[in-house]
Write a protein of this length. Structure first.
Length: 128
């Protein structure tokens, strides 16, 4: 499973072997114990990758073979491609901009997606 954490400082992605239903149940239990509200719904999330990453074509083929219309790769401009995923959104409220997004793909596709995201983050870090 891929877990995308959207925060006020950006996106952090991690790959975990936890079942998404179990992770959501644990998060609901934590919110209840802390007296917090929690909103969970099916949804879509996206993130950007540089368009010139050589493995991007491999990811595109893998996503289309496995998921068809459930996942999208859309050119934003000459520099970036948006990767759109389907999954579950977990946040404090329905309109929150910060929260956790969970999606499940095949091991190969999850690994490739995570690897390309890490590569793009390393590139950005080296520029600053």
């Amino acid at each position: 499973m891929l877990k995308l954490n959207y925060t006020d400082v950006g996106l952090y992605m991690e790959r975990t072997m936890t079942n998404p239903e179990l992770l959501i149940a644990q998060r609901v239990l934590l919110a209840m114990r802390l007296g917090q509200t929690l909103h969970v719904e099916p949804g879509h999330a996206s993130f950007l990758l540089p368009a010139d990453i050589s493995e991007l074509k491999v990811l595109e083929m893998s996503l289309q073979q496995e998921y068809g219309s459930g996942v999208s790769l859309i050119a934003v401009d000459g520099e970036f491609v948006e990767v759109g995923l389907s999954g579950s959104w977990v946040a404090e409220d329905k309109d929150a901009h910060e929260g956790m997004f969970l999606t499940v793909m095949s091991d190969r596709t999850e690994f490739l997606t995570y690897k390309l995201w890490q590569m793009s983050e390393a590139r950005i870090s080296s520029l600053t």
